[in-house]
Design a protein around this ligand. Sequence first.
Ligand code: NOJ
Length: 722
Amino acid sequence: MTEQALKKLLESMTLEEKAGQLVQCNAGQFIANQLEITGPDGEMLPSEELNRVMGSVLTFEDAKQAKALQDKHLAADPHKIPLLLMLDVIHGLRTTYPIPLAMGCSFDDDLVYECADMARRESSVCGVHVTFNPMVDTARDPRWGRILETNSEEPLLNGRMGAALVRATQGDDLGKPENVACCVKHYAAYGAGEAGRDYNTVDVSERMLRETYLPAYKACLDAGARLIMPSFNALNGVPSVANKYLMNDILRGEWGFEGVVISDYDAVGELVSHGVAADLKDAARLAMEAGCDIDMVKNAYYLHLANLVREGTVSEEAVDAAVMRVLRLKNELGLFENPYHGADEQAEKEVYLCEKHREIARRAAEETAVLLKNEGILPFRREVKHVALIGPFAEETRLNGFWSRPGAERYTVTIPEGIRNLLPEAELIIERGCGAEFEDTDRSGIDRAVQAAAGADAVILALGEPENDSGEGRSRAELDLPGPQAELARRVIEANGNTAIILFNGRPLVLTELVSFAPAVLEMWYPGTEAGNAVARLLWGEANPCGKLSAGLPRSVGQCPNPYNRMNTGRPKPEPDSRAFPFTSCYLDTPNLPLYSFGFGLSYTTFAYEKLSLDRTQMTKDGEIRVTVTVRNTGAAAGKETVQLYLRDPVASVVRPVQQLIDYRKVFLKPGERAEVVFTVSEMQLRFFDMNGREMSEPGEFRISTGYADHLLLTERFELTK
Ligand code: NOJ
């Protein structure tokens, strides 16, 4: 349709019909087999009238349902305006790949692209028009259960991966049925909730907002994401969905965003609970005034928007502008011509969980695992066949993460299956040992587990957090392994030192005690559908771990949040990894540094950083510096290394971080092989926000380092000239 035709369509609509375009209902309310939904259920019940006017639905199951929803609506809508169908496809639809926090550990934007491309194929045939993805809430507090949904505590890494996901999902033309539109979320700073509690209030300075939290959303919008979702939280006193500064000034003003803003689930209604709206009607007014186009699930817009316009409280122009944005998106997706978009029952059978997708998911699970400790235990030799597989996750199928689609566990390759696929002749003894729920106290299985361990060639201890303990509404105050798992681990390792721990969890855990006695620890996160195959291949050395932590692992909960790019202080502790140092910024009872810092991860080989060199030591404002890092594989196995580049600005007009990642590159090296990795650094990367909130760079000295956070290996200096 032309823009003119869309405008004509708008003019032909009643106020109620316009408001309807701005309403999103839960498909579960229309379809008998109610689907799992998050947040409090809306009170809104589907009525014939609502079905006639509504503009979009979220959460449905498959192509058949997608078509049925569309048919039902189109039969009732006199204007024949198709529905937008939206779904949370976060890390895969049927073929689940690792959780985003794990994907961050790959430091590989191409891998993110490849995985998102696979998710796009599965989503499009399912009938998805919009996915509520990428989630790029930079998160620095592992108490927050939603840290699993983001790529990293690191803004640059987070934004780059989000942008890769947008490019893969949206493709070059949204009108093609195989492409899906992206909704970036949750704008803004949702990850900074006080005390790590979900939905909690956020208070951050303007500089913190702009340097740490906004860049990742911006990167995704720059990559072309068509929608954005304001966050549940209040930011500096104003809930995001009613936050004119965020939405009008920054988003639409500074960034020139012309796409659709959709509230989070019931977030418009929650303006009443926040205490900034007197009632639902007031909430509708506030959200509309702030530029929120679609009201997800709550009936605020449906019940009140038309009246607010009639009363003259809300301008019809604002409503028209919002409706036009929605209509334009539908038009761009080609829905007026093809309301089913890519929905195709036959293609679903061919695409879901196909060999090609499983291969991608397996590779991703391998590339995102982080080897935290290895005292010569791993990889197991091929002769190691008599294996005790112990722990509450030994036979678990729920290894997909909170945001995997319902039923994902039906397709998980379990660890025993993975081991048998790789080593058909392996003799496995499986013992659960204990449970992993908070309330689990039963230790009666530990003795049997210890016995099994004692007689085995090697032991695999599968520990972690139950899948539902991280994710939305899953904040934790303690970050250890729930239940008696630590005790199980201690006793098993006493019985057999040839033990490798594999961990399944959705957040950085406190592993301080565990790693003090465990000889080998491999962090698997929630690896997804191909979990078991990836685990077996990693443990027996068919795959070499190469993940680097996308968020540091705290030494204790009391350190949280403890971002790697923390600000300098006036009393820095000279040795941050030591205990107390009088009258410096430190703890009496624990070092400042995390147990494992951002960017850390071992391999079955070793790498030496031989040289860091700059092609010049002075940079002009429009010039660049070429930085070359020489790295060599000094071990006996082929492997991948992530070369990380850090910046430090030692003297500036405002306090700067002690280290800041400005680039990264992953290289594959055979034993003995050497690579020269070249980065280009420009003035843009030296910028920060000054005292007046102006983005700028300051002439003077800068330091460039490689290594990983808190363990910078080689450093060179250069000067930015006036
Ligand atoms: C609430 C979550 O915060 C958001 O991320 C998600 O997209 C919506 N529910 C829809 O399921």
